[in-house]
Design a protein around this ligand. Sequence first.
Ligand SMILES: [Zn+2]
Length: 153
Amino acid sequence: MTECTDQVVGDILSSWRYDISGISPEMSKDYKSHLEECDHCRRRQRLHRTIDVALIGVSTLSIIAFVMALMVIHHVEPLRNWALVMHLEHRSVDLTLQAAAILGLLVSLVSWVLIAVTTPAPVYLTGMALAQARVLQGRIPEELRGRLPRNVA
Ligand SMILES: [Zn+2]
């Protein structure tokens, strides 16, 4: 295990979950240079951003899963047969599953928004996407590059 080179700065960064994207550029200069020189904090920062991205990834997948569940409940016939096997009124089974899926979808949407608001995951992902776009743009032949919008470069 590595130790933080400046415990005071390290503690501040830790309380912010190593997110300096929200503070002003002149304030963030010292923290940026600390992150460059301190292995401990840099690793912690990477870990926290990985957790943020994983959280938003899981909640996105769960939104997709519940949307698919709702589509299945609406369209798949075997579900009705299953309801008959269970000796239930299929309307009520339909509605119960639908209500559960809608509730799940709402919970997933709320957690997605909470994660997006409370973590720097969107900023981090946007930064990664822009970096990736720049790399891709570098691979585009010169004659096509002139036609692209300037804002990515
Ligand atoms: Zn440190």
